[in-house]
Each structure stands twice: as structure tokens, then as C-alpha cells.
Design a binder for this molecule. Structure first.
Ligand code: F6P
Length: 357
């Protein structure tokens, strides 16, 4: 593919690369920090050149591309969102999608792509690499449910936002002697609920990995009121009741076949009110958890991921993803990262259960 020579003395010319960058799936704080690190190291250290694809996989499918140089990444480190835009476009669901991406890569003379995304974006990255389009992956998701990495960036920010909300809800719940339900994101995995609930001193935490018993939830609520405190119930949007115990609504599907969630908080509000006779209100944090500036932890993690991703591309180590293992950044095959989701182990949930009720 498109290697070319940097201008200069023929004897000391370096083989430079052209790399396309994209951000796919739900956005999360830290995406811009990754883009900045990729470009700053790629241009400054290696002399490579970058282009930015717009809105995830839609960009290379439609050849929607813009220059991405040091100028474009100035000042973006603390900015939430992504300067490249994002979407949940699945090229394998678009007519001729993978072929169109291959054509874009060839026409733009690219050596490969750096794709920053979660399970869906990186699942596509894996398939494309198998289909002859070289891709390096960077793990992103506020849900922290990507396998093969200890943490994804965006998670710490989401947890911090949810924890601050829980802190605030405690004081107003106490004033009004009411139960408050806080619905946080996490459709398959309850990492945000677990961490934010633990950090915020929630009285009950409900996660998708562990179907809940509404009778037990109400018993915890009553017990909390008896000790003159107002209960805070943190529920992950993907949490479900034990089979046959409560009715829940079904949502529509997106391009990757995921149900669009949100609703369990309000359902719980009604159930708790109906079963205990206590006043109960729900707060749905929704996309607030994905917006705004990243925490210091996420800025550093995202920056390190970006630096190592451009190293991997420079080495031609396509088909891999950068990952955090302990305090080290390593490379792991995309196949390993996308094989299964990283769910909350039940022993981690048991640690939180000590504080229930
Ligand atoms: O995957 C990240 C995530 O924030 C999930 O927690 C949530 O279910 C989903 O994205 C929401 O997606 P959308 O942006 O399409 O509403």
C-alpha cells in the first residue's frame, strides 16, 4: 500500500506512512486525547501523515475524510466528544460496505487504519483485518466491558459523574424521606453501577449479571427507612428482574442488534412505590455520563493508548489492539478483545452486597 518518501536528502529519507483514524460507537470522554496522541507522536516522532474519517465506519464507507494534522489536534486534550464524530454504522450491514472501505483505503493511499471504539467497532476492525484491511484498535467504552484490557478510558469519567450525582441525591432523598432510584448506563455489564454505587454509598446496586428479586429490593428499602435513612438504589440500564417476577418493556434494535435501553429506573420506581407504599422517584443519568471533560485518569490512559497505537501501526502490527494490563500498555489480538464481554464477576458483586439495606 501507500508508503512514500519524506522530502529531504535521498540518503537519509525515512519511509513514512499514511494512516486513517476513526472513532466509532457511543462517544466517550478521552477520544480526543487518543486522537491527539496518535497525531502528535505519529507526525512528530515518525513523520507519518494522518487523515480523519468522519462518523465511525461511515467515514471510510463513504470516503468522508478530512486532513488530520497537528493543527487539527491543538487544544483538544480536555474536550469531551470526538472531533471526528461517531456513529453506530456497521459496514457489514451496508451494501458493499467492506469493499467500499477497501477501495477508500487504496484510493487514499493509506497503509492502514486506527479504529477507536468498543466491542462493535473493534469487532468490525477484526473482520476487516481478516478481509485484508489493516487495522489497529484502541479500546473505548464508558461501560468498561471490553475483554483483554483492565480498563477502557471513559469509564473513570462516567463513574465519577454518576458518583457525584449519587452524592447529591443522598441529601435531597434524606430531606424528603423518599427512596431514589438512579439509572446508570451499562447494557450488558454493571461496572458503572458497581463502581459508582460503591463509591457513592448506594444501599442497593442492581446489575445485568445478576437478575434481581424485587421482593428483596423492597425489603432493603424498608430496612433502610427503619434506620432513618433514605435509600438510594443504583440500577444499570440492562439490569433485569428474575424471570417471571416483573414486567419490563422491550426496546428497538440498533445496527449491531443491541436493544436501545432505558426504562428500568422508572419501572423500579413504580414497583417500589406500589409494593412498599413509600414515595420513590427515579433519575436517569443517560448521556450525561458520556459528556464533558475526561478525568485525569482517563486523559492519561487515553493518551498512552494513542501513543502505543501509533507505535503498533508504525511497526505494521495490524490486527492488534492496545490494552492496559496492570500499569503497562500491551498489544493483544483484536480476536481476544472481541471474543466475549468482560462482565462483573459475582465475587465483586458480593463485596458490594455487604452494604445493601
Ligand atoms: O456502549 C456505550 C453506551 O453508552 C451504553 O452504556 C449504552 O447502552 C449505549 O451506549 C447508549 O447508546 P446511544 O448513544 O445509542 O444512546
Amino acid at each position: 500500500m501507500g508508503r512514500w518518501q519524506l522530502a529531504g536528502n535521498e540518503a537519509d529519507t525515512v519511509s513514512a506512512m499514511r494512516i486513517g483514524v476513526l472513532t466509532g460507537g457511543g462517544d466517550c470522554p478521552g477520544l480526543n486525547a487518543v486522537i491527539r496522541a496518535v497525531v502528535r507522536k505519529g507526525v512528530g516522532v515518525y513523520g507519518h501523515e494522518f487523515v480523519g474519517f468522519q462518523d465511525g465506519w461511515r467515514g471510510p464507507v463513504e470516503a468522508d475524510v478530512a486532513p488530520l494534522g497537528v493543527e487539527q489536534v491543538r487544544g483538544i486534550l480536555p474536550r469531551g466528544g470526538t472531533i471526528l464524530g461517531s456513529s453506530r454504522t456497521n459496514p457489514y450491514k451496508v451494501e458493499g460496505g467492506p469493499e467500499r472501505i477497501r477501495a477508500t483505503v487504496t484510493n487514499l493511499n493509506l497503509d492502514g487504519l486506527i479504529a477507536i471504539g468498543g466491542e462493535d467497532t473493534l469487532g468490525v476492525a477484526k473482520r476487516l483485518t481478516d478481509d485484508g484491511v489493516p487495522v489497529v484498535g484502541v479500546p473505548k467504552t464508558i461501560d468498561n466491558d471490553l475483554n483483554a484490557t483492565d480498563y477502557t478510558f471513559g469509564f473513570d469519567t462516567a463513574v465519577t459523574i454518576a458518583m457525584e450525582a449519587i452524592d447529591r441525591l443522598h441529601t435531597t432523598a434524606e430531606s424528603h424521606h423518599r427512596a431514589l432510584v438512579v439509572e446508570v448506563m451499562g447494557r450488558h455489564a454493571g461496572w458503572i453501577a458497581l463502581h459508582a454505587g460503591m463509591a457513592g454509598g448506594a444501599n442497593i446496586i442492581l446489575i445485568p449479571e445478576r437478575p434481581f428479586d424485587i421482593e428483596q429490593v423492597c425489603a432493603y428499602v424498608e430496612r433502610r427507612f427503619e434506620t432513618h435513612y433514605a435509600p438510594i438504589i443504583v440500577v444499570a440500564e440492562g439490569a433485569t428482574p428474575k424471570e417471571g417476577t416483573m414486567t419490563v418493556r422491550e426496546g428497538e434494535l440498533d445496527a449491531f442488534g443491541h436493544v436501545r435501553l432505558s426504562g428500568i429506573g422508572v419501572v423500579l420506581e413504580e414497583e417500589i412505590r406500589g409494593r412498599t407504599g413509600r414515595e420513590c422517584r427515579a433519575t436517569v443519568l443517560g448521556h450525561i455520563q458520556r459528556g464533558g471533560t475526561p478525568t485525569a485518569f482517563d486523559r492519561v490512559l487515553a493518551t498512552r493508548f494513542g501513543l502505543h497505537a501509533v507505535d503498533a501501526a508504525h511497526d505494521g502490527d495490524w490486527g492488534n489492539m492496545v490494552a492496559l494490563r496492570g500499569t503497562d500498555i500491551v498489544r493483544v489480538p483484536l480476536a481476544e478483545a472481541t471474543r466475549e464481554l468482560k462482565l462483573v464477576p459475582l465475587e465483586r458483586y458480593a463485596e458490594a452486597e455487604v452494604f445493601f439495606g
